[in-house]
Design a protein around this ligand. Structure first.
Ligand code: PHE
Length: 338
């Protein structure tokens, strides 16, 4: 894993949960626009330092994501770094309590939400235990619910902008990751007449994918000839090598931190592959959560705001084209200007 070179954030707090013994890193990248927001990830890492690094990188991406989405927030992230050698799931309730305590210790400068390894129910528990700084509790409990549908909707808006003025019908699309967001994207693409090929590390999901009408593969979809590649699994999919071998014309998906480093964006640009940065494409979840829970939007207003990701996408692609920038450089410039 690449180490973060310079510390550009505001706060990095690492604690060992007193109940779970798990290392928890809470990173606040920026509160310049408002309280930091970003998901809470529970995942195994080779070491706690890798978990802290992930929190730093992901929190910086959240700052850009919030700015590009026009939200009054900055970026943060929480990572619970489970030991790589395994962990007793019976300790999970203790870990959630440890997470609540770690987040509450920041006194409201950071609010969390669901991410890889956490659910709306976990957010409800965090909310119940400490001060309520968690988005996306179940709707019955006053939250805005899981953000998966909103995230998928935003990715589809970005994808549509990326193929514009063409249509999705007939396109060959490869989706990597058949989790909660990946499967909703597959479903919508199939409904719109795309040919969808899916892969996931969990082969047990194959029947579900096939029932939707997708084709299952164990091939490396990055290398397959595709119109669109949708990264919907964990980050770091695109390295200098995989970008050099990438067979897609357009890459757009909900996974966070898709490129291993910024040189990858240059490789993609030079090869004529359009990469819509994850900070643009994956904003549907936070737009929905903040819109519903803080900005007083109803469902229709939140959806309209999510659909506007298409306009942000077009603006980023146009800016990159005009200035000869990579799409991530273009996104950064627009984020700073907004
Ligand atoms: N996974 C989402 C993100 O980090 C989590 C989130 C949703 C955070 C809603 C805050 C509000 O983008």
């Amino acid at each position: 894993m690449n180490r973060t070179e310079s510390f550009t954030g505001e706060t990095l707090r690492v604690v060992r949960g007193t109940r779970s013994g798990v290392a928890i890193a809470v990173a606040i990248h920026s509160t310049a626009r408002g309280p930091a927001i970003g998901g809470c990830r529970i995942k195994a890492y080779p070491s706690w330092r890798d978990g802290a690094d992930d929190a730093l990188r992901l929190s910086a991406a959240m700052t850009m994501k919030c700015a590009l989405a026009g939200l009054p927030h900055g970026g943060g992230k929480t990572v619970a770094a489970l030991p790589a050698e395994g962990w007793d799931p019976a300790r999970r309730p203790g870990l959630i309590a440890d997470l609540a305590e770690a987040i509450a210790a920041l006194g409201g400068r950071y609010r969390t939400g669901p991410d890889i390894g956490t659910t709306s129910e976990d957010m409800a528990e965090i909310h119940r235990l400490e001060h309520g700084w968690a988005f996306c509790r179940p709707e019955e409990q006053g939250g805005s619910g899981t953000s998966s549908a909103a995230t998928a909707r935003g990715v589809l808006a970005a994808l549509q902008a990326g193929v514009s003025p063409g249509s999705v019908a007939g396109l060959r699309v490869g989706v990597i990751g058949f989790g909660s967001v990946g499967r909703l994207i597959c479903q919508s693409l199939l409904e719109r007449g795309a040919q969808v090929v899916v892969t996931d590390v969990d082969g047990g999901l194959r029947p579900l994918a096939e029932r939707l009408g997708a084709t299952w593969t164990t091939a490396d979809l990055v290398r397959e000839p595709l119109d669109v590649l949708v990264p919907a699994a964990t980050g770091g999919l695109l390295t200098a090598e995989s970008a050099a071998a990438c067979g897609a014309s357009l890459i757009v998906g909900p996974a966070n931190n898709q490129i291993a480093d910024e040189d990858v964006a240059t490789v993609l640009r030079d090869r004529g592959i359009t990469w819509i940065p994850d900070v643009v494409a994956s904003a549907g979840g936070i737009i929905h959560a903040v819109g519903r829970e803080e900005l007083g939007m109803d469902e229709a207003a939140a959806n309209a705001r999510i659909d506007a990701i298409a306009d942000t996408t077009s603006a980023v692609l146009a800016h990159a084209r005009e200035r000869g920038l990579t799409t991530v450089q273009a996104a950064r410039e627009l984020a700073a200007a907004g």
